[in-house]
Design a protein around this ligand. Sequence first.
Ligand SMILES: *Cc1c(COP(=O)(O)O)cnc(C)c1O
Length: 366
Amino acid sequence: MSINYLALANAGVDQLQPYQPGKPVEELERELGISNSVKLASNENPLGLGPKAKAAIEAALPELARYPDANGFALKAKLAESLGVDIDQLILGNGSNELIDLLFHTFVSAGQEVVYSQYTFIVYALATQAHGARAVAVPARDFGHDLDAMAAAITDNTKLVCITNPNNPTGTFLGKAELEAFLVKVPENVLVVLDEAYTEYVDEVERLPSIDWLAQYPNLIVSRTFSKAYGLAGLRVGYMVCHPELIGVLNRVREPFNCNSLALAAAEAALDDSEYLQRAVNLNRQEMAKYEAFFEQRGLHYIPSRANFITLDLQRDAGPVYQALLREGVIVRPIGGYGLPTCLRISIGLEHENQRCMEALAKVLV
Ligand SMILES: *Cc1c(COP(=O)(O)O)cnc(C)c1O
């Protein structure tokens, strides 16, 4: 007997491909016979776990036999205070990825449309597909979101619009005026998720007043994460901020213990560690400038980035360069899967890691 499980699955699942993670560093090193490789592929914080988060994790260990606080009260209270919102405007997730899925699960059904930009976070395309919805991938403008075209793409059938700012995998950034002009045009019954996973890396003067906008745009949902600048990618914790009644609806669908105790404790401590955050942001700025100078000096094309990575456009198939870099022990991210087969996304690492990367690039690009 053989069962066709795919035929049993919900509409759209047969079109999905499992997310392709990079190989574990150890396995890659074994295959290539190299050691001491540097991983600049997943936009993680190169500083590693911050001291306050580490201490909070250690302090939380004795309570691990207990279930976590299903409401994440302490973390939400701290977030509410630092963001200037009410606690009931917040929802926590097992990474912001879980919350994006929760949003789709709650609001998007088969046949409806989801609007997003051509080159953006792959999770939006995956969730759209998994829910049998119709993807409206609007052609990019200069590698970033074309907001005019996105507004024009909204129909009576549109349920959700997804905007990533700064964008992944291109690092492009939408300013305040542009984004606000867009929000005004979106009908109130169309939800807009503004994914700000990299917002901490944006200069404060340029950062969007996205939280302030919530009072004016009840269909807006701001999504953030502790996985990038806060250095907690492995623990999985993110949050969304929006209208309290919208949070109430999401909470009906959310699984109660979706955020684990260590993640809650570490995120709370990370919010108090402004010194670590500043160090991460400063390092990123300083090292980003080195990549830009390196690319310019060599006449290489890159996409100016406001995030913690920079995307190099080789203007030819990037696969061979990716492979050659691997042999030099430098792991970057090919983004053909995002529709950019000539590009490599490089996460900004520590000073010596970036130096290795640039030396390897200089060697393989001769
Ligand atoms: C990395 C990233 C996230 C974070 O996902 P988590 O599930 O919170 O780790 C969210 N959105 C974008 C665009 C990202 O690049």
